[in-house]
Design a protein. Structure first.
Length: 458
């Protein structure tokens, strides 16, 4: 039966560039990649857009799609929704006003930090925890890669997800409404998110637990960073007075929200923060097995150092964290009451509206282990996987083009591979004269591509 396509993926594999080295297959935490014909292939329903493969590819064969920057000019009101980690990419001597001022010159008419959304979200999360406290641990939906990981790999934990919009969506909803109330027409407003990762792009293009998004386009953070930094290096010093309207300063706790412990430090009860997807998987396996069930709140992030380690960030993640912590400390010491008051009052007047729109629909499980939509067929295939596993050597060498023996067994049960793809089985069959060496070679070529067996490599 054909697999249902659940997700939009922001990562694209460029076959013409791929050299079939299998680095991506080996790092993928959900076993979503196979090698076929010497090229990497994505199994759609397993990918959670964590971006580990993107980092691992030595030749740039994996790219992250983005909207064309010039699209912003289709709108009269052009809003850049920026996460605070963008600010942490720049050297200390570059001021926040300078960055804003260059963004303005690039064409944005408004700039708004998405962490302003946490102002409303924090209260809503605490309320949610009070109302749903018996379902332990409640899990943050901040990181879309983690939400998808739970859907596909830990479907039994989807009920633990806190069904509230992330700060980005709250910020977008607020800012659009505010502009409309000030006289703008909705279709004249273009909201563009500057993203640190592929998962956020996928979340905008196919929102989980929501039908539509208030965001019109997504632009990759490395692209914006390079544009802004190049402009500065070419002599743009910034005016140190930014003409972009709505110059609000984030409060220190808002500045740190997207870093590790940014949420967990604000939540009541026993809260834990875990970053990096393999750590997250290890921890969720424990939770799934009933261990550590007395945790109230879990902040889980796919990237090491959370969003400071997003695949589209340009700076070193540890320096980014240091800079953002320093900036938060400075704001705390300067205590800028006039800015705080301005945004407080504005967002406060929209609190009721935002709270009405803050919920998302139930997040549905999308188990990647499901071998067939038909229950009877799925059970038969499960038995088949067990039988095949008894024949395979369990060495997880990857020479079959699947990341593990178990993944190969599943592929065979799904009709996507043959048992002879296993090099150990090939050798056994050759000994028994069930397979000749020419056929073995053809199988290897089918998996790894003709070129790898070319005459120059003899
Ligand atoms: S983005 Fe993550 S889950 Fe998807 S294929 Fe790459 S490594 Fe695997
Ligand atoms: S890492 Fe994956 S996508 Fe990149 S060249 Fe190797 S096999 Fe191809
Ligand atoms: S931790 Fe942040 S940057 Fe990394 S995948 Fe999650 S949302 Fe994206």
């Amino acid at each position: 039966m054909m697999a249902v396509k659940y997700f939009h993926h922001a990562l694209k594999f460029r076959k013409e560039v791929c050299i079939g080295c299998s680095h991506c297959m080996n790092v993928c935490p959900t076993q979503a990649i196979r090698i076929h014909g010497g090229k990497a292939e994505l199994t759609d329903n397993r990918c959670v857009d964590c971006g580990k493969c993107y980092r691992a590819c030595p030749v740039g064969a994996i790219i992250v799609e983005q909207d064309d920057f010039s699209r912003i000019f289709e709108f009269e009101h052009r809003v850049a929704l920026i996460p605070n980690v963008l600010m942490g990419q720049f050297p200390e001597q570059v001021s926040i006003n300078q960055i804003r001022s260059v963004l303005h010159e690039l064409g944005f008419t408004h700039i708004f930090e998405v962490e302003h959304g946490t102002r409303v979200l924090e209260g809503a999360m605490k309320q949610y925890m009070e109302q749903h406290g018996r379902k332990k641990p409640l899990i943050s939906t901040f990181c879309p890669a983690v939400v998808r990981l739970i859907q596909v790999r830990f479907p039994g934990l989807t009920d633990n997800l806190i069904l509230l919009k992330p700060p980005l969506d709250i910020a977008a909803t607020y800012f659009r409404k505010k502009l409309i109330d000030e006289g703008a027409k909705s279709k004249e407003i273009g909201m563009f998110y500057i993203t640190p990762c592929a998962a956020k792009i996928a979340a905008v293009k196919s929102p989980v637990g929501d039908d539509t998004s208030d965001i019109d386009g997504v632009i990759n953070m490395d692209f914006i960073f390079n544009k802004v930094y190049t402009s500065m290096k070419q002599g743009h010093k910034g005016k140190n007075f930014c003409q972009v309207p709505s110059l609000y300063t984030l409060q220190p706790e808002e500045m740190l929200w997207s870093l590790t412990e940014g949420e967990s430090s604000r939540m009541p009860g026993r809260s834990l923060a875990i970053d990096e997807i393999n750590n997250v998987i290890e921890f969720l396996e424990k939770i799934e097995n009933g261990e550590n069930a007395d945790i109230d709140f879990l902040e889980l992030r796919a990237c090491d150092q959370s969003c400071a380690g997003g695949i589209l960030t340009s700076g070193n993640r540890f320096f980014t964290v240091e800079r953002l912590r320093n900036q938060a400390r400075e704001v705390e010491m300067e205590n800028l009451p006039h800015y705080h008051q301005e945004v407080d009052e504005s967002m406060e007047s929209y609190r009721g509206f935002l709270m009405e729109n803050i919920g998302v629909k139930k997040v549905l499980p999308r188990s990647m282990e499901k071998l067939d939509e038909d229950m009877k067929q799925a059970l038969l295939k499960m038995q088949m996987v067990r039988d095949i596993m008894a024949l395979l050597p369990s060495v997880d060498c990857g020479l079959c083009g699947s990341p593990t023996c178990n993944a190969l067994a599943q592929d065979i049960a799904q009709g996507r591979a043959e048992i002879t793809h296993c090099i150990f089985i090939q050798k056994k069959y050759e000994q028994k004269d069930w397979l000749n060496s020419k056929d073995s070679m053809e199988i290897l070529k089918e998996i790894w591509g003709e070129e790898k067996f070319g005459s120059q490599k003899n």
